[in-house]
Design a protein around this ligand. Structure first.
Ligand code: ADE
Length: 226
């Protein structure tokens, strides 16, 4: 998989890919991340990427030309499955979308800033608009990092068997069961006995029950309840 991220602040997006699971995924050649600084696609000397909005009003708008140049340049080199725009008024991101995106080959992610991009960018280039929640960030970069992290960990080979993404919360519309590690007794706080019984079919069924009970208690909406 190849992800091209278009941003005015590439620095925000360097460290998430330089550590831990995402770093290893890149090293193993399972994903390529390419950051593109929008200012590199501006021809005027002031490197201006935003301007006042037509009709007046507070807030600057990202101009179409540098974005067009960057996307058109990328598209001239390969085909892209999606051009995603990160914006608080996009479709709410969830595990289902992460699963679908993890199956794509090449995607572009455009990070919004200021009041957002000129609407013509959304009308003519963008194929999918994603929000990571009903709150407003200073820009789309942190949201793009969230989306990249959640989809890269789903690519086969990124996680080892011991951390398989298949047992994550939300994979089957249920929250994950509680987990414990050593010591089995800490200050009198004991690990549920079943987990140290060695009876794996019973442990599996306990985990399924716990998943269901936790979901019912914490996220009844996932079960279609109020
Ligand atoms: N840009 C600013 N806020 C955002 C959000 N909540 N989701 C995606 N992109 C954003």
């Amino acid at each position: 998989m190849r992800i091209d991220i278009i941003t005015v602040v590439p620095d925000i997006l360097t460290s998430p890919f330089e550590v831990s699971i995402l770093k290893r995924a890149i090293e193993k050649g399972l994903v390529e991340i390419h950051l593109h600084n929008l200012r590199d696609y501006v021809t005027d000397n002031y490197k201006q990427i935003d301007d006042y909005q037509f009709g007046g009003g507070a807030g600057m708008v990202m101009m179409i030309e540098p974005i067009d140049k960057c996307i058109t340049n990328l598209k001239s080199q390969r085909d892209y499955d999606e051009v995603i725009y990160m914006t608080p008024d996009g479709d709410k991101f969830d595990q289902r979308t992460a699963n679908a995106l993890s199956l794509k080959g090449n995607i572009i992610i455009l990070c919004g800033h200021y009041k957002g991009v000129d609407q013509r960018v959304r009308d003519h280039f963008v194929t999918k608009e994603i929000s990571i929640g009903d709150y407003v960030l200073s820009g789309g970069e942190l949201a793009a990092a969230v989306v990249c992290d959640s989809i890269i960990r789903l690519i086969p080979g990124v996680l080892g068997n011991e951390t398989s993404a298949l047992t994550d919360s939300f994979q089957d519309d249920l929250l994950a069961p509680p987990v414990y590690t050593r010591p089995a007794d800490y200050k009198g706080w004991k690990v549920p006995e079943i987990l140290t019984s060695g009876n794996f079919p019973k442990i599996e069924s306990w985990r399924e029950d716990q998943s269901y009970e936790r979901t019912k208690k914490l996220r009844p909406d996932l079960l279609g309840e109020e």
